[in-house]
Design a protein around this ligand. Structure first.
Ligand SMILES: Nc1ncnc2c1ncn2[C@@H]1O[C@H](COP(=O)(O)OP(=O)(O)O)[C@@H](O)[C@H]1O
Ligand SMILES: [Mg+2]
Length: 232
């Protein structure tokens, strides 16, 4: 099953008479169970592409299919549905709500999805256990290390059982040890069959994926899917 299918996707930002083509005709396929890194230098279009893949923005032209559904032309309401149910997000700065205990942060996407209270709590606890921070369930973000907070964020991304886990510089705010732990957690989820896309400017992080897609000036370099170990 193909999870992500991009077909000649372009994104043009316009302000006044200025137009910046941040993504300039990108085509790619990512299949179920793959772990793919999208790597490129600053300004190459990573965030723009991440916003499109994450249904936070729509392409100016071209087609984006998620699990076969064309999301290129969905309404705001439909996009919000897709974001909530089908994509789990992990951001560089964790994006946890500081006033909520870890398990409350994790159950939040289930609240939006209308899941009942008991099931929410159970699934949140299971997700925390899955990522190794069950003991921190009652801690607020400020009472946890960066690595622990990012694990909670991964638990929150997992809890809805999404089609795709989409990570934007997931280790960017972590020290070397915590970064390696979070990366190996993502690899573990991948081995368990999850589809993981991670966006990074760091070659060492990208090397942890099964496949690297290099982006430069809004375009994928080469065929868009170079297998790790095939040479740089
Ligand atoms: N909202 C925006 N308006 C205008 N230009 C933008 C906007 N967002 C990004 N860009 C431009 O698009 C290009 C790609 O940016 P971005 O996707 O943020 O790259 P990256 O995440 O790889 O650093 C850059 O030239 C950037 O200046
Ligand atoms: Mg960026």
């Amino acid at each position: 099953m193909t999870v992500i299918e991009l077909d000649d996707v372009r994104k043009i930002y316009r302000s006044g008479t200025l137009a910046v083509e941040a993504v300039r005709g990108v085509s790619a396929r990512i299949d179920e169970g793959e772990m793919v890194a999208i790597m490129g230098p600053s300004g190459s279009g990573k965030s723009t592409l991440m916003h499109i893949i994450g249904c936070l923005d729509v392409p100016t032209s071209g087609t984006y299919r998620l699990m076969g559904d064309d999301v290129s032309r969905m309404s705001e309401v439909e996009l919000a549905e897709v974001r909530n149910h089908r994509i789990g997000f992990v951001f560089q700065q964790y994006n946890l709500l500081p006033s909520l205990q870890a398990w409350r942060n994790v159950e939040l996407p289930l609240t939006y999805a209308g899941v009942g209270k008991l099931e929410r709590r159970q699934r949140a606890m299971e997700a925390l256990e899955r990522v190794g921070v069950a003991e921190q369930a009652l801690h607020r973000p400020g009472e946890m290390s960066g690595g622990q907070q990012q694990r909670v964020a991964v638990a929150r991304a997992l809890v809805t059982n999404p089609d795709l886990i989409l990570c934007d510089e997931p280790t960017g705010a972590l020290d070397t040890v915590a970064a390696a732990e979070v990366l190996s957690l993502l690899q573990e989820l991948h081995r368990a069959g999850r589809t993981v896309v991670l966006i990074t400017h760091e070659a060492e992080v990208a090397a942890g994926a099964e496949k690297i897609m290099r982006i430069r000036d809004g375009l994928f370099v080469g065929d868009g899917g170079l297998h790790v170990g095939a040479g740089a």
